[in-house]
Design a protein around this ligand. Structure first.
Ligand code: ADP
Length: 165
């Protein structure tokens, strides 16, 4: 079965990576797709977000990394995807995810959304939390892959705090 794990990945965290690793054991192919929504503001460019995912997923053989600027379900139909994977952390994720899963099911009835529960050590973790802590000089090394930590610290240093997080 071919699955897609879509997200902003701005940047990828160890919580995302854990979901990717687990999904790659369940499905024969996992497409990790960085979504770009013009109405959203990102800290990292699309290319940087893709590069960071590539750098930390070398060990996973059955994944394909891609990006998409349109409606997720169009990508799903075009690439014959069977399953959409999303990660669930707290109940607060649930309402939004349920709404998206239902809307996607209505637009494409042969695609199902499968939710993987977060590992409890990453249950509080989000890309914005990582950026917030890094911005104020905190240690983010246990939450993101080494390559992401390096790039985020470089970005903060180069922008002298003037970056949008
Ligand atoms: P989006 O803008 O699509 O929510 P994100 O990059 O924030 O993109 O998240 C992509 C997916 O990864 C979502 O399903 C989100 O719930 C999940 N996710 C994010 N952080 C974690 C985590 N720490 N543990 C498990 N799943 C997570």
């Amino acid at each position: 079965m071919r699955a897609i794990y879509p997200g902003s990945f701005d940047p990828i965290t160890l919580g995302h990576l854990d979901i990717i690793e687990r999904a790659s054991k369940i499905f024969s192919e996992v497409y990790v797709v960085v979504m770009e929504n013009k109405r959203k503001k990102y800290t990292f460019s699309l290319n940087e977000r893709i590069t960071m995912i590539k750098e930390c997923t070398n060990h996973i053989k059955n994944i394909k990394i891609d990006s998409f600027k349109g409606l997720l379900i169009d990508y799903v139909k075009h690439n014959n995807i069977d399953v959409i994977i999303r990660g669930l952390r707290a109940v607060t994720d649930f309402e939004y995810e349920l709404q998206m899963a239902m809307a996607n099911k209505e637009m494409c009835s042969n695609v199902d959304t499968v939710f993987l529960m977060t590992d409890k050590k990453f249950s509080f973790l989000s890309s914005s939390l990582v950026k917030e802590v890094a911005y104020f000089g905190g240690d983010i090394s246990r939450w993101v892959p080494k390559n992401v930590e390096k790039r985020l610290l470089t970005l903060l240093e180069e922008s002298k705090g003037g970056v949008d997080i």
